[in-house]
Structure formats: C-alpha cells, structure tokens
Design a protein around this ligand. Sequence first.
Ligand SMILES: Cc1cc2nc3c(=O)[nH]c(=O)nc-3n(C[C@H](O)[C@H](O)[C@H](O)COP(=O)(O)OP(=O)(O)OC[C@H]3O[C@@H](n4cnc5c(N)ncnc54)[C@H](O)[C@@H]3O)c2cc1C
Length: 419
Amino acid sequence: MGKEEDRVLIIGAGPAGLFCAYRLVEAGIPVLIADRMMSPGRKFLLAGASGGLNCTHQGTPDELSQKYYGNEELFKGLLTEFSPAALANWYKTMGSDTFVGNGGKVFTKLGAPEILKHWLEHLDRASWGSPRQAGIPLFTFQGGCEFTGFGDKPDIFMFRQDGKTLELKAKYAVFALGGGSHPETGSNGAWTSLFQAAGIQVAPLRSANCGVAVRWSEPLKERIAELGQIGKTKGYTSLNIRLRCGGASSTGEVVLTPRGLEGSGVYSIGYYIRQQLDKTGSCKVGADLLPDLFQEQITRRLTKPQGKNSLSNYARKALGLAGLPYALFRELSPEGDLRKVKDLYLTVTGCNPLEEAISSAGGVCMAELDANFMLKSRPGCFVIGEMADWEAPTGGYLLQGCFSISYRASEKIIDLLSH
Ligand SMILES: Cc1cc2nc3c(=O)[nH]c(=O)nc-3n(C[C@H](O)[C@H](O)[C@H](O)COP(=O)(O)OP(=O)(O)OC[C@H]3O[C@@H](n4cnc5c(N)ncnc54)[C@H](O)[C@@H]3O)c2cc1C
C-alpha cells in the first residue's frame, strides 16, 4: 500500500514543476504538486497569451547554449539530454504540432490553454491504478497551498493553506517556485528570504527580458505618443532599428515608449545592458536607424545636395528616414548629421521593474546545486526552472531551459527511487 509521505513533493506548478510531475508519473512515481495559486500554470498561460506559444528555438545544443549567458557548458549538456526536438515531440504528445517562425523561433500550433488542458488531463488519467502504488493517486494537485519554509527535520516542509499551518512530509522535494516577474501569476519570489533563512545562497531576483528606461526629451515623448501609439490598449509600434551593446547586436523588434525602449530587440541585449548599468549606473547603447542600408549606400545617397529641402524632407527623400525614426534621429543627433545615422548612441538609465519583466535573473546560486540540481546542503531537495540562477533571452530559450533542467532532475529522482 503506498503511503502519502512516499510521494515526491513538487512545490510550484509552473512548466518546470508540471513537467517533473509528468516524468515521474510516467515512471509510476506518485507526486503531490502544491501551488499557492488555486490553479496551475498561470505564467505558462500568460506566456502563450498573445498568439502561439514560443516554446523553444531551433538549433544545435552548441548554438543554443550560447544564449544561456555564463552557463553555456551546463546548458550544452542539458540541451543535449533534452533537446528542442525532444521538447517539440513532447508538445506533440500534448496534442500540439510545432512550427518554425521568424529567426528560428519555434511555436506551438495550439495555444497554451489547450496544451495545459491536455497536460493536466494526461496527469489525471495516469493518476489511478499503478500496480506500484495502489491506494494513492499518482498525481495530486493541491492549490492554495503556499510554501512557508523548511521544517525542523529535513523531510518536513511547511505550508499555509486556508489560513492554517500545514506540514508535509517527503523524502524527495522539488522546488519549482519560479522567479519574481508578473507576481499576479503566483510567482512572487517570496521564497528567496525563506531559502536565505535556511542558509542557502540566493542571488537577488532582478528584471531580465524587460524594457529599459531612457530619458527622452519632452518633444520626443510627445512624438512617440502622437506617432507611435497604435491604439489606446495596443501599445506602441515597433521600429526597424538595430541596437548594439557589449559586442552584441539586437535581433527582433524595438519599440519606443515614452519611458524608453521595449521589445525583443532590447531583451536580446538586456544582459549586456544590465552588466554595464551595474558598473556605471548608465549604459550607452549604439543605435543603427537604417539597418537595411550599408554605410556606402548612405554616403552615396547623401552626395545629392540638400538644396532648399528642410532636413526632414531631405532625410525622407534621400534615405527614406521619416516619422518616428526621424524624430529619434533628431533626438540622438541634435546637429542633424545624417551621415551618422547608423552610428548613434542613446543612454539607458535603468531597467523597468521586475513585476513587468518577462523573466528574472538571479535565484538559487548554481554553487548551491549539484549537477542534478539537488541542493548540496539538503540532499533530497531539488531546485528547478526559473528559480535557479540562470538566464536567457526571449525566443523560446526560457521554456526550453525550464524543461531541460526539469528533465535532468526528474531522471535523477527516478534513478534514486529505482534503487
Ligand atoms: C508575459 C510573459 C511571456 C512569456 N513568454 C514566453 C515565451 O514565449 N517563451 C518562453 O520560453 N518563455 C516565456 N516566458 C517565460 C516563461 O513563462 C517562464 O520562464 C516559465 O513560466 C518559468 O517556469 P517555472 O516553472 O520555472 O516557474 P513559473 O511558471 O513561474 O511557476 C512557478 C509556480 O510556483 C508557484 N509558487 C511560487 N511561490 C510559491 C510558494 N511559496 N508556495 C507554493 N507555490 C508557489 C507559483 O504560483 C507558480 O505557479 C514568458 C513570461 C511572461 C511573464
């Protein structure tokens, strides 16, 4: 007869925790997954809210690992063990084909809600009737159950549910509590102080894949409001400009807002921007306002004299530079030197708040974890997903990272329980 305390306790029902549950249940291991929210996968649902879910990225482990800044070797191994192709196959078993979109981004055909529905149904179906664990379901979700700290014995974990204290006992516990962005999804990062109180080193959670602040002049802010806004709720239009920082150049859209810059083009160089901000409190970012033209083409086109044209007319006629890109040009080049349109600089003064970011940098320090993401100081406790200290840009790398880490930790637990 299976005992409740023999279940693996997974804390946090985001993609990392739910995938761990999936792997363990498939192996016939009973799990209890607890989450402070009443329903699972709230951030996963948000991730796929605006169209298809960018679930992974095309490329070899060697290529993709370069996006996991500072942890390239670790992720090369993780992505070899559970690759983008393996993840795409898994989505297929969850009812969704995938397709390759712009720049190698891989999307699911089904939206996140349908995938999550299949996922939970799969776990529910597998729930009963395992010959190994007759008596308790293989999968139990306990919502509204908030982890509040480690108990006084290594196998005791403290929770709050319905205003009451609850102790759960488990030999193996998997923490998958996420980062601190979009706390309305449940991932509020409050676990950091609980882990620190237990002597576990945690790098502070910080905004990653976030907009950055630029102190635009009032006239430019007005121009952005006038020319940039698509609609009251739809945000701002993206520009075809390229940004550079720390030897990296942006890939993806760049959006001008009255507060600064947003969009995947900014997120892709965000790591380098943050490093410079940490050093000096501000960061110079190179801006190429005409990335589709070579410098020689620009020089040639500008040999035609300006004549009686105003600068804005001349820029429009000679280079096709008009509207908001032209307003940005005037902001960054007060002297109006069109020859420098590919080589301008803007100053970033900070990152937008963590609550608004796509993901968090920081988390449980890698030095606290062994190769299988088990806490060295608490054998039997694993830390997976975004709550470990790694980061990557948007483009499918975040979910792929969560799944690959979860895969490795799950394999280890399966191995431990089969001996
Ligand atoms: C707007 C947005 C768009 C995104 N788009 C993409 C995308 O297109 N592609 C991509 O790859 N990634 C995307 N991401 C990032 C991706 O969603 C996250 O990296 C991923 O969800 C992290 O998974 P996780 O399981 O580690 O943590 P989470 O999904 O954050 O799950 C953590 C869970 O832990 C629970 N929890 C937290 N604290 C406690 C506690 N004390 N007790 C109990 N439970 C607790 C939370 O309620 C939550 O359910 C996006 C994120 C956002 C915000």
